[in-house]
Design a protein around this ligand. Structure first.
Ligand code: G3H
Ligand code: 13P
Ligand code: ZN
Length: 333
């Protein structure tokens, strides 16, 4: 069942974070739906309510153009039929103004992200306000971004010296003037597999200061992959060449959620699971050339990874509570 992002945020706020996972292809989509229902090996297993979670499925502009956005949308619609127990929202990740309008007009998306964070403050507000006005007419909510995360996203590379944390006073003014429904804040994370050197972590003092000014307002953490050593080691043991790296401490997700971080974006970790599984398959079965040979373990590995991630986010086991809370509310589709 597709619901609005706002419905998920209202239920989760302050208690746990909703995982927002990127998809690019069929195996990722199936692994994601299975994982969020606590079933790893097959679509036909019964859902495990102790592990089942509400989630956000998100599509970047790169994903929309990789094959054709219509394939992704059709896979999501089909997944809704194959996994009728699932409760989720559909979100555009890092949209331009044009991509946002395309998604708003399609009538399929629950929410869009307008990312004008590379513009100056007033221009970011002006662009976000235009998207908000158009989205709200259709009951779609809007995520915006203030502050600059380091790392690589879409076609933009932000060096560490240009990355800057979100200023709490500016965040308040930005939200009031733009009318955005949630805000991606820069609180020490960056996109991609190479986030932290040494023991850096989230800037909890900054999250606290932002929440103090904007209580009950949902914030979004981008660049939230934990880049598990286990998966990087597996990639390297199967012929990869990734330098040692570290991501967000998984133990930090819940404390951040209690401070209003309600959506946690994870893409890189799924890519690592994909890369390790496919490399291992090619290494271990060099004579095999069936796309299903790596695809099958990947779907299971990814589903198990999602189960683990949701446990760390606190969303694992919450699906039935969400279903109860939604009773009597209008849903998106
Ligand atoms: O934040 C960016 C996401 O990880 C999406 O990456 O643009 O390569 O699909 P992508
Ligand atoms: P990661 O690179 O940490 O997975 O972040 C993904 C993201 O922020 C998508 O918008
Ligand atoms: Zn992002």
């Amino acid at each position: 069942m597709i619901v609005t992002t706002k419905q998920l945020f209202d239920i989760a706020y302050g208690n746990y974070a909703v995982g927002a996972y990127n998809i690019n292809n069929l195996e990722q989509t199936i692994g994601l739906f299975r994982g969020n229902l606590g079933k790893a090996e097959s679509n036909d297993e019964p859902a495990d309510s102790a592990k089942s979670a509400p989630f956000i499925i998100q599509i970047s502009r790169g994903a929309r153009s990789y094959t054709d956005k219509r394939y992704l949308e059709a896979m999501i619609r089909t997944s809704e039929e194959v996994f009728p127990e699932a409760i989720f929202a559909v979100h555009l990740d890092h949209g331009t103004e044009e991509a946002c309008y395309d998604c708003i007009d399609s009538g399929f998306y629950s929410s869009v992200m307008i990312d004008a964070s590379h513009e100056d403050f007033d221009e970011n507000i002006a662009i976000t306000r235009r998207v908000v006005d158009r989205a709200h007419e259709k009951g779609i909510s809007v995520e915006a971004e203030l502050g600059m995360l380091g790392g690589v996203e879409e076609d933009i590379v932000v060096s560490e010296e240009h990355a800057c944390l979100t200023d709490p006073d500016q965040a308040k003014e930005f939200i009031e003037r733009s009318g955005c429904d949630s805000l991606a804040v820069a609180i020490g994370t960056s996109h991609g597999a190479y986030k932290f050197k040494g023991s850096q972590g989230l800037h909890f003092d900054r999250i606290e200061a932002i929440q103090k000014l904007m209580p009950n307002y949902p914030f979004v953490m981008h660049g939230s992959s934990s880049v598990p050593k286990e998966w990087v080691d597996r990639i390297n043991a199967a012929g990869g060449n990734m330098p040692s790296t570290s991501g967000v401490r998984e133990g930090d997700y819940l404390p951040a959620a209690k401070l209003g971080v309600t959506k946690v974006n994870i893409d890189t970790d799924g890519r690592l699971v994909w890369c390790a599984t496919y490399r291992e398959s090619f290494r271990d079965k060099p004579a095999d050339f069936d796309p299903r040979t790596p695809g099958k373990p990947f779907m299971a590995n990814y589903a198990n990874y999602i189960i683990h991630k949701n446990e760390m986010l606190g969303s694992g086991g919450q699906l039935e509570n969400v279903r109860d809370a939604l009773k009597g509310q209008t849903v998106a589709s």
